[in-house]
Design a protein around this ligand. Structure first.
Ligand code: AHR
Length: 620
């Protein structure tokens, strides 16, 4: 590999190059990054009519002792369903309640992770036909109480909806716990908006800390959200509508995401996505619904309300605190505008009915109001020029490992005039991807090396999907897999760490000198965010099953301008190319960093079969 260290022949890469795409899929947010432990906390998941099902809430006790259902008596206008629990037994008399009382429990999202010493914010709304005497407890899988308190109210006080709020501190740990609300007092009790949040969410912003740490590890430069197909919906009524996801959490209606088939209470809403981007140090990229769902489309002449909704959503993020929607953002805790510079007009809709007609209505209205806004079209202009104006266009690739490996050349011939490319979803999928194989990550690494090379036209790239809760592993593979208490990165996650320094780095001129067609490499120069020192980073993928010896020669440097001390090698490989990480073996395929004993401008290196290696060479 011949590398020219001269920055005059190099090319700066976009500061936005590598980012993240968050979609509410596989319970990524609800039961994932959003730390709420109660599932179906508002009892709305069974639909807006009553009676409705209350799953995953379950009843403690049988029909002799209580009758549990729903009605529409909630104090919240946009989510009227509440739980109605008629208790027929008492602590004395003819029908004595069983020991421990009767009531309901919620197992959360496949078990609540309750940890010793940690505190949990419990909030719920309650009213009653008489006095209230409720025991609220976090209970372990064996039935033992990990934390508990009593909520009492007199008959006169209990008859009106009342907000109850307290902290519970756990005395033991159990990742499969549940929340129980029980009583031994006769009467009718209504419950609504029952929430349990750990009090140690990231910066108090509601994000699960261990999952947030994984995201921070990738130092994403942008965050595309909230989907994907989640934005579209199969039916328009089930699409993500941002206005339904803002304001007090108790008042949000929630919605059923009918593409990925689960209910979300939309606590992770429009505001929280912007907050997430800010917390990650990433520029937000908002994908809005453009009147197109999988099975339905709004006629172009009727698109105006959708255009207004998009404009309002931008005003929510960017408007002054005195503007209509900016004032709501300020009220929610963020008077400063969010740094919204990119919006995408729908997701994968280019070939849906009259995409272009609708797109142009959005484009003109947004450019009129926000001339600097970068607008992303769903139509891929990488092979044929776009027939409509855009700042960027989406490119998605889900393919076999060979397909993704070969696609590293995709943008070599793309026109350099006109809109830039946003590779907003890429991944090896199906056949050889497994649940996240080393092979998949190697193909993706080669693809990203192609993106670095073409980063004069490719401005942004993000892997998809980001998260999977292993209990709803609908789309495989993903970058990060978790359950209530555990998390690991797939090789595709760790592969992205090799590219963290590329955003804003300098792509150096380099030329491969090997005959092997399975080797792909790049050389960049970057300043470390950790120690502020300058490095040359050489990344090499060996996609083949043969070992390859490679000579690396860096020109344009003095003999001693690379320091051995401080230079390091990072390698990702495994005994089998189909190896994956798992909860039981989370570090089977991860990058291993070793210090280099003799780094220099001329190096002979060995590239094992199926490996990804980087050499970070410290410059004097
Ligand atoms: O990433 C999973 C899905 O793949 C996204 O929702 C969609 O945009 C694409 O088809």
């Amino acid at each position: 590999l011949l590398v020219s260290a001269s920055e005059s022949t190099g090319r700066p890469m976009p500061s936005t190059l590598f980012g993240m795409f968050f979609e509410e899929i596989n319970h990524a947010g609800s039961g994932g990054l959003w730390a709420e432990l109660v599932r179906n906390r508002g009892f709305e998941a069974g639909g807006p009519s009553a009676p409705s099902y209350i799953e995953p809430w379950s009843i403690i006790g049988n029909g002799t002792y209580l009758d549990v259902g729903t009605d529409r008596s909630s104090l919240f206008e946009r989510n009227k369903v509440a739980l109605r629990m008629e208790v027929l037994c008492d602590s004395t008399g003819a029908n004595i309640c069983p020991a421990g009382g009767v009531g309901v429990y919620n197992p959360g999202f496949w078990g609540m992770n309750i940890q010793q010493g940690k505190t949990y914010n419990v909030v719920f709304y309650v009213r009653s036909s008489g006095a209230i005497n409720l025991t609220v407890s976090l209970t372990g899988s064996s039935g033992s109480s990990l934390a508990s308190t009593n909520v009492v109210a007199s008959a006169s006080d209990g008859s009106k909806w009342k907000k109850v709020k307290f902290l519970l501190q756990a005395k033991d740990t159990d990742a499969n716990s549940r929340l129980q609300l029980t009583t031994s007092s006769k009467g009718v009790i209504w419950l609504d908006q029952v929430s349990v949040m750990p009090s140690d969410t990231y910066k108090g912003h509601g994000f699960r800390t261990d999952l947030m740490e994984m995201l921070l590890g990738l130092k994403p430069r942008f965050l595309r959200f909230p989907g994907g197909c989640f934005v579209e919906g199969a039916k328009l009524r089930n699409a993500f509508r941002w206005k339904e996801t803002v304001g007090p959490w108790e008042e949000r209606p929630g919605h059923f995401g009918d593409v990925w088939n689960y209910w979300t209470d939309d606590a992770l809403g429009h505001y929280e996505f912007f907050q997430l981007a800010e917390d990650l140090g990433a520029i937000p990229v908002w994908v809005f619904n453009n009147g197109i769902a999988h099975d339905e489309t709004v006629e172009t002449p009727l698109i105006a309300p959708f255009v207004q909704e998009a404009l309002d959503g931008i005003e929510f993020a960017r408007g002054s605190p005195s503007s209509q929607w900016g004032s709501l953002r300020a009220k929610m805790g963020h008077p400063e505008p969010f740094d919204l510079r990119y919006v995408a007009v729908g997701n994968e809709d280019c070939w849906k009915p009259d995409y272009r007609g609708k797109y142009m209505k959005f484009y003109q209205a947004i450019k009129n109001a926000y001339p600097d806004m970068q607008i992303i079209s769903n139509c891929d202009g990488s092979s044929t020029k776009l027939d409509h104006p855009a700042d960027l266009y989406d490119y998605h690739i889900y393919s076999s490992a060979n397909g993704v490996f070969s696609d590293r050349h995709h943008f070599d011939q793309t026109s350099r005039s006109g809109p830039k490319v946003f590779v907003s979803e890429y991944a090896v999928w199906k056949e050889d991807a497994g649940l996240g194989s080393l092979l998949a990550s190697l193909a993706e690494a080669a693809f990203l090396l192609g993106i670095e090379k073409n980063s004069d036209t490719v401005q942004m790239a993000s892997y998809a999907p980001l998260f999977a809760n292993k209990n709803d592993w609908n789309w495989k593979p993903d970058a990060i897999v978790f359950d209530s208490s555990r998390v690991y990165g797939t090789p595709s996650y760790w592969m992205q760490q090799f590219f963290v320094d590329s955003s804003g780095g300098m792509l150096l001129d380099s030329k491969l000198t090997t005959n092997s067609s399975s080797i792909v490499a790049s050389a960049i120069s970057y300043v470390s965010q950790e120690n502020k020192k300058r490095y040359i980073k050489i990344k090499v993928v060996n996609f083949g099953s043969e070992m390859v010896n490679l000579t690396i020669s860096i020109s344009g440097l003095d003999q001693n301008s690379i320091r051995s001390s401080g230079s390091f090698r990072t390698a990702m490989m495994s005994t089998n190319v189909m190896d994956e990480n798992s909860f039981s073996d989370p570090n089977k395929v991860v990058p291993i960093k070793t210090l280099l004993e003799s780094a220099g401008k001329d190096m002979e290196v060995t590239l094992p079969p199926h490996s990804f290696i980087s050499f970070d060479l410290l410059k004097e």
